[in-house]
Design a protein around this ligand. Structure first.
Ligand code: HEM
Length: 201
């Protein structure tokens, strides 16, 4: 099988794997199929979905290197855009079901609840990455595109903090995610050192 055929099949799997669960979630939500607290289920599902997709996106480059499968890199853009789509639904769920599109209430939530503040910063950064993933913009931005997209690592950390802070008792899942983020950062130690050095010199 050629690399482009492999990429084609992988992209079909990614589209189906990302879109079908999302469609099923809202089908169940609007058909009263999500139990006593559908809002909580919808916010949880889209939040965890966004984080999972973000971490899968960040794993592609180390996996491609370890298994010498360079074509895998061609799936990063679509995976990243689905991470953003899930994050967008997560925030829209919060805006519509938790604060009923009340702008003032939303702003006070962002200011008063630190976990929402952190989530908002992560969401704004993700929005910048999603917009600049458009090919024309990527070409125009040149080297600064890579610099901006290095924020992916910071976003993963911020989302893990947002998750950790949002849970009241059960800390196993956020700590598990933190371990994965740290492992992924470990693969980029050299790059991160270089980034930090360029910031402080
Ligand atoms: C304005 C931005 C955001 C708002 C208002 C927001 C809001 C929320 C809320 C209300 C919860 C549920 C907390 C609870 O159970 O009481 C939550 C949890 C969560 N959010 Fe966000 N979030 C934002 C951004 C993000 C982003 C950008 C991501 C991922 C890319 C994300 C991922 C998560 C995760 C993984 C959880 C934990 C899921 C759970 O166990 O319930 N959030 N967020």
């Amino acid at each position: 099988m050629t690399s482009s055929t492999k990429v084609f099949f992988l992209k079909v799997i990614i589209h189906l794997g990302a879109l079908l669960p999302l469609a099923n979630l809202y089908f169940l939500a609007f058909g009263d199929g999500l139990g006593a607290d559908p809002v909580e289920v919808v916010i949880h599902f889209t939040g965890i979905g966004a984080l999972n997709l973000l971490l899968i996106t960040l794993s592609i480059s180390p996996l491609a290197k370890i298994f010498k499968q360079g074509y895998l890199l061609q799936t990063r853009r679509v995976l990243g855009l689905y991470a953003y789509t899930y994050a967008l639904f997560h925030v829209l769920n919060f805006l519509s079901f938790e604060v009923q599109f009340d702008g003032a209430l939303f702003i006070s939530e962002v200011i008063e609840r630190p976990y929402i503040t952190v989530g908002m910063v992560a969401f704004l950064l993700l929005t910048a990455l999603a917009i600049t993933s458009i090919s024309k913009l990527k070409r125009k931005m040149g080297k600064s595109w890579q610099r901006l997209h290095n924020f992916n690592y910071l976003i993963a950390l911020l989302v893990t903090v947002h998750f950790y802070w949002s849970v009241k008792s059960e800390l196993t899942s956020p700590l598990f995610y933190l371990a994965i983020v740290l492992l992924l950062l470990l693969f980029r130690v050299k790059k991160i050192k270089r980034l930090l050095l360029s910031l402080f010199t």
